[in-house]
Design a protein around this ligand. Structure first.
Ligand SMILES: *Cc1c(COP(=O)(O)O)cnc(C)c1O
Length: 453
């Protein structure tokens, strides 16, 4: 055991394939259903929106899928990302636990999202698509896709939820500097947007509306544009597994193996990134490792939702997926972890949770900011509000280990920095943040409105 705190993987040792957990799942994923026919969705249904290269990855049962050379060359701009041991935080907590974190905030976009944006742009480019459409809320995903499209010489059209467009002008500037077109949603460019504006000219938008606009723009482009999604889908989760594969190699360099692996969950992609390679070690190699997903108490899909078929979007136009859901008409409380406000969850994460292979817990907002400030003062990095949920859970684990007087090795994913989230820190420091437990009555009501399958 050295006294190092940073465990770097040399670039030539960067993993050359993504890990596809579908090959090792104890049972196949439940089928995705067409919202109108309620029949399983096939490649033909998806072809107007996604390139065949990604559709095939979505349903692939192959254990490893090689990362194309062109994508590896882009990954090399920031990968392998560092693995650090938070020794100063350990000292501050006075815990015998060892706390490690994988830092994805070093990517040019500031989060893990570029790990999937780059291959998504690549596979579209391969099939002659000239541009990608997408939605963005807080702006992390839009930024990553704008960068990826720029790298591959493609157009990028982003529908940004109007309230974020107004409140996060620098995310918008960043996307535009990379050449993206950014529209405040609802916009007058699509039927979906015009319909909303006709009813409510002052609409501040929602992620559900922005998705409808981006999907319509791609579907009506005659194949010139396709649509890109930043989380939830199987291929997106798979692209993120480079995180956990690197982490396994880096923990070996550190000479330790985690007892517990922690990640925050919104749609499930960064958690999948750090967690799925460890799921493989648990299922295939019998490793004794706990894998914990952390969600906000204000949006508790896994811990309080029901495992049932529901629409992927608000309007009911997106496919139906069996998932832990709070109901597709879930209205999120004002919460600063914008990336964690999705009503559902990736199918892969839901199956693993349902089978007891991974754990989940919910953390209230103020605890996450207390954890973030403690982490930042110890380690010097300003975390985004989303991974601050993982930090809070890692601190809980470290304090439990202290109470039990045991050594525990904790690894969490610090999936993005918070440089664009300082207004949330202002609100926390001013004592303006509140906790919000999602009401049981609201869950009961939404469950009654789930689609009948
Ligand atoms: C988008 C985002 C999330 C939430 O999405 P997941 O798919 O659950 O990872 C979390 N953290 C950051 C920094 C994000 O950009």
């Amino acid at each position: 055991m050295t006294d190092s705190i940073r465990f770097d993987l040399p670039q030539p040792e960067m993993p050359s394939a993504w890990y596809n957990v579908q090959a090792d799942l104890p049972r196949p994923l439940p089928p995705v259903l067409h919202p109108a026919t309620k029949q399983p969705v096939g490649p033909d249904d998806l072809a107007p929106l996604f390139p065949m290269g990604l559709i095939l990855q979505e349903v692939s049962q192959e254990r490893y899928i090689e990362i194309p050379e062109e994508v590896r060359d882009i990954y090399k701009l920031w990968r392998p990302t560092p693995l650090l041991r938070a020794r100063r935080l350990e000292k501050m907590l006075d815990t015998p636990a060892h706390i490690y974190y994988k830092y994805e905030g070093v990517s040019p976009s500031g989060s893990h999202k570029l790990n999937t944006a780059a291959p998504q742009a690549y596979y579209n480019k391969q099939e002659g698509v000239i541009g990608l459409t997408t939605e963005t809320g807080a702006g992390q995903w839009g930024t990553a896709l704008a960068q990826a499209c720029n790298f591959f010489g493609m157009e990028c059209v982003v529908y940004m939820v109007k309230v974020s467009y107004q409140q996060k002008p620098y995310r918008r500037s960043m996307m535009m500097s990379f050449g993206a077109q950014v529209y405040a949603s609802p916009s007058d460019r699509t039927n979906a947007g015009r319909g909303i504006l006709a009813k409510d000219p002052d609409s501040t938008g929602s992620l559900g509306i922005a998705i409808s606009e981006a999907v319509e723009a791609a579907a009506t482009s005659g194949g010139q544009y396709k649509y890109a999604l930043g989380s939830v889908l199987n291929h997106v989760l798979m692209h993120q597994t480079i995180i956990g594969q690197e982490a396994i190699q880096q923990m070996a360099i550190a000479g330790e193996y985690p007892d517990v692996v922690v990640g925050c969950v919104g749609g499930g992609s960064n958690f999948a990134g750090i967690g799925l390679p460890f799921v493989r070690e648990k299922l295939v190699e019998g490793k004794n490792v706990r894998i914990v997903a952390v969600e906000p108490s204000a949006c508790p899909s896994l811990t309080r939702g029901r495992y049932a078929y529901d629409f992927g979007d608000t309007v009911g136009l997106a496919p139906m997926v069996k998932m832990y859901t709070l109901g597709h008409d879930f209205v999120p409380a004002p919460l600063h972890a914008g990336g964690l406000r999705y009503h559902g969850m990736a199918s892969i994460i839901c199956e693993l949770y349902d089978q007891g292979i991974i754990e989940a817990r919910a953390v209230p907002q103020t605890e996450t900011f207390r954890a973030a400030v403690q982490f930042m003062r110890a380690e010097g990095i300003v975390p985004a509000p989303e991974p601050s949920h993982a930090i809070a859970a890692a601190i809980q684990e470290a304090l439990e280990a202290k109470a039990a007087g045991e050594k525990r090795v904790i690894l969490f994913n610090l999936c993005g920095h918070g440089h664009f989230d300082m207004s949330a820190y202002d609100a926390f420091l001013a004592g303006q943040l509140t906790d919000y437990e999602y009401p049981e009555a609201e869950i009961e009501r939404a469950m009654a409105a789930l689609p009948q399958v």
